[in-house]
Design a protein around this ligand. Structure first.
Ligand code: A3P
Ligand SMILES: C[C@]12CC[C@@H]3c4ccc(OS(=O)(=O)O)cc4CC[C@H]3[C@@H]1CC[C@@H]2O
Length: 325
């Protein structure tokens, strides 16, 4: 974290360039939840810090054909996907059976860099120093991806989660991130902002649809996965991801060890994911809450759930995308 404050870096605005400050002054803005204002850039809503990270990423990131980029909306299974794909691509270098796997001693967010987060923290970060094949994650929309990500043969694994669970996960995460700022922000107002799309990284649905259509248009470039299928049939989905990124399993190989290592039960019990903070100031345990499908029922009233369902029907109608919970 950049200073002694307990507020995580992404809620601060100290590292903005003059260029970004000038741009921000011309962007539509809305009152934020954890920060005073959020801004609309290329159709999405961002905090100043994450917008700075996105702009630097657009300017400086040069994709390589061998790159693997994990894309999610926030709270849609990023931590899980990072763990699984890290374990998959490194399974010969770091066999799970050896007992000293990096995931046992390092939080997944430190093993797989968050592109716009890293660019906000360290604008000069040299991504070319990452080990081959480079594995990174982002929440950047398809429209706003750096040009080289689209023009190169790098691959994207997109993981989406049903909007009610995603929203509820974000709601609880936000309360942990900045408890004071969330104190007088009612859940009803958050649902309304979420449905209007004027919420961090929103509109949620547009993000999903962009990658959904990209995966249909170019199935070798974008693989579309859902948190729910990953949860219901983890081995099948992990094998599908492995095939897609070109490290498929042989008939003799076991996928179950990786699945077990990366399970919610296993990762959330590790000391490294229970104690301490990431360098950006976020507590490592904030990324592990319930890890379930349908947990929204504990937080959302019927009318709030209906409001999200109506938006989903409107937005996803005709796309072929459906969520059953
Ligand atoms: N290994 C794992 N398996 C399943 N879910 C996991 C997981 N690790 C984290 N999660 C869940 O994924 C959500 C966090 O998403 P992200 O990693 O994108 O920030 C949280 O959901 P809940 O808040 O519903 O429990 C968290 O509990
Ligand atoms: C992207 C992120 C999860 C969401 C975090 C977040 C949530 C809500 C916010 O409210 S508002 O002030 O924008 O209205 C702000 C944030 C900023 C940090 C976000 C986290 C960074 C990495 C996580 O995946």
């Amino acid at each position: 974290m950049s200073s002694s404050s307990s507020v995580p870096d992404y809620l601060r605005d100290e590292k903005l360039t003059q260029e970004t400050r000038d741009l921000i002054s011309s962007l539509p803005s809305e009152k934020g939840w954890l920060v005073s204002q959020i801004y609309e850039f290329q159709g999405r809503w961002h905090t100043e810090a994450l917008l700075q990270g996105i702009l630097t990423c657009q300017k400086h990131f040069k994709a390589k054909d061998s790159d693997i980029i994990l894309v999610t909306n926030p709270k849609s299974g990023t931590t899980w996907l990072k763990s699984l794909v890290f374990a998959l691509i490194n399974r010969h270098k770091f066999p799970v059976s050896s007992g000293d796997h990096p995931l046992l001693v390092t939080n997944p967010h430190l093993l797989v860099p968050f592109m716009e987060g890293v660019y906000y923290e360290s604008p000069d970060f040299d991504f070319s120093l990452l080990p081959f094949p480079r594995l990174m994650n982002t929440h950047i929309s398809h429209l706003s991806l750096p040009e080289s990500v689209k023009s190169s043969s790098c691959q994207i694994v997109y993981c989406c989660r049903n909007p009610k669970d995603m929203f509820v996960s974000l709601w609880h995460f936000g309360k942990k991130l900045a408890p004071q700022e969330t104190a007088d922000y009612p859940l009803e107002k958050a649902v309304e902002a979420f449905c209007q799309g004027k919420f961090i990284a929103g509109p949620f649905w547009d993000h999903v649809l962009e990658y959904w259509y990209a995966s249909l248009e170019n199935p070798n470039k974008v693989l579309f996965v859902t948190y729910e299928e990953l949860k219901k049939q983890t081995e099948v989905e992990v094998k599908r991801i492995a095939e897609f990124i070109g490290c498929g399993f042989t008939a003799e190989e076991e996928v179950s060890e990786i699945v077990k290592l990366c399970s919610f039960e296993s990762l959330s019990r590790l000391e490294v994911n229970r104690q301490g903070k990431l360098p950006n100031g976020i507590e490592t345990n904030a990324f592990f809450r319930k890890g379930e499908i349908g947990g929204w029922r504990d937080t959302l009233s019927e009318s709030l759930a209906d409001a999200i369902d109506r938006t989903t029907e409107e937005k996803f109608g005709g796309s072929g995308l459906k969520f059953s919970c």
